[in-house]
Design a protein around this ligand. Structure first.
Ligand SMILES: Nc1nc2c(ncn2[C@@H]2O[C@H](COP(=O)(O)OP(=O)(O)OP(=O)(O)O)[C@@H](O)[C@H]2O)c(=O)[nH]1
Ligand SMILES: [Mg+2]
Length: 360
């Protein structure tokens, strides 16, 4: 499951976005107040799962999910981000305020997305700088006891990170080879994580979201590989999302929006992280699962249950298109040679419908 951490200055719309994303699941945990973390689970919209559910008529169908948490205790300029809270996050979602509303005070007095974007980037880099300096110091201590090639390699890579940070370059902009990247695993550098910038638009801009980046002068800051941008108006979208489904579609249509903010945020996250979905089907349950592109069949099995990964024998794979073209009949697919038997190293493809054979 994809895990994302919500960051942003106070009163930018983080909780509003969290509520929008986790709306179908009323299970948002909140203890209220700014010092408690809030966790929401968003269902990943995938029309393919609905088609499979129609074919198999299972007792339940379960979409893939994405977990979003708003971090505790971040009160803007005076406090620092707590790195440990982010350790598990696959990506960060930065909610950047574009809406103007005199009833919602801005900590800096006025709305200025470029300034706020820079401030949040600085926060991430400062936190990383502290981590890298601590690690370099520890390496120096260890090297006093005895030098090793591994340690000096690590020191070299971390020093490279530190220089980038000192120059104000987030670590996600660094290109490291695979060997060097290994040294950085385990540090969970914040500025190295893929970043989705959610521009929380003013109500007056909701019908014209695409120019928002340009208008805000954010083009340059939001360029690059590990960064994506989604403009939405969280407040309006939440209001609309709380309407009955037919009204909801009509309202989105009125605003000239082809899909909901939920869809756009999730799609951008998937794209940013290179996630794909595979499916399991049956009479009791049809379910979508999300994994990073390139995941092996055995690791995909582990997403379902560690026992299935451990006792993995093989994966019976049929592409979604083939299975639906034959009305959901595995027998027909098998007759036509469309069901493949794959081993544990097979790289799962988007849309694979998989039956895992395993022994416990
Ligand atoms: N006008 C307008 N108000 C918004 C929008 N999004 C959020 N707000 C309002 O801004 C206020 C703060 O929203 P939250 O979602 O609680 O913001 P937050 O970032 O979680 O705030 P803290 O957790 O307290 O830092 C609320 O009154 C929201 O209704 C928007 O798009 N337009
Ligand atoms: Mg909040």
């Amino acid at each position: 499951m994809l895990r994302a951490g919500l960051i942003g200055l106070p009163l930018t719309g983080k909780t509003t976005l969290l509520r929008l994303l986790s709306r179908q699941n009323r299970g948002t945990r909140s203890t209220g107040g700014r010092t408690e973390p809030q966790v929401g689970v968003a269902q990943v919209p995938d029309p393919r799962l609905d088609v499979l559910a129609e074919l198999f008529e299972p007792q339940r169908h379960v979409p893939a999910t994405m977990e979003v948490s708003e971090l505790a205790g971040y009160g803007g300029a005076e406090s620092r981000l707590d790195v440990s809270e982010f350790r598990d996050a696959d990506a960060l979602l930065h909610v950047l305020r574009m809406f103007r509303d005199e009833h919602v005070p801005h900590t800096a007095g006025n709305v200025d997305p470029v300034r706020d974007m820079r401030q949040m980037e600085d926060e991430l880099m400062l936190a990383d700088l502290a981590v890298s300096e601590r690690r370099l110091e520890r390496i120096r201590q260890e090297q006093k006891k005895g030098k090793s090639r591994k340690l000096s390699e690590e020191a070299r890579v971390i020093d490279q990170c530190r220089s980038a940070l000192e120059e104000g370059r987030p670590l996600r902009t660094l290109t490291l080879d695979a060997e060097d990247e290994k040294h950085l695993r385990g540090f969970s550098f914040l500025s190295a994580k893929p970043l989705l910038v959610v521009l929380n638009l003013d109500e007056s801009d909701v019908s014209d979201p695409d120019d928002a980046v340009e208008r805000a002068g954010l083009n340059e800051m939001l360029a690059g590989d590990a960064i994506e941008t989604v403009p939405i108006c969280a407040k309006i979208e939440l209001e609309i999302a709380e309407l009955p489904a037919p009204d909801c579609a009509a309202f989105l249509d009125d605003l000239g929006l082809t899909d909901s903010g939920l869809d756009r945020v999730i799609r951008a996250s998937y794209h940013l992280l290179g996630y794909i979905s595979f499916f399991t089907v049956g009479e009791d349950e049809c379910r979508a699962w999300s994994v990073p592109r390139g995941t092996s069949a055995q690791d995909a099995a582990g997403e379902i249950h560690s026992d299935i990964a451990r006792g993995f024998i093989r994966a019976e794979v049929v592409p979604y298109d083939a299975l639906t073209a034959r009305g959901g009949s595995h027998t027909a697919c098998r007759k036509n040679g469309e069901v493949r038997l794959e081993g544990k190293d097979y790289k799962v493809d988007d849309g694979d419908v998989i039956n895992f054979r395993f022994a416990v």
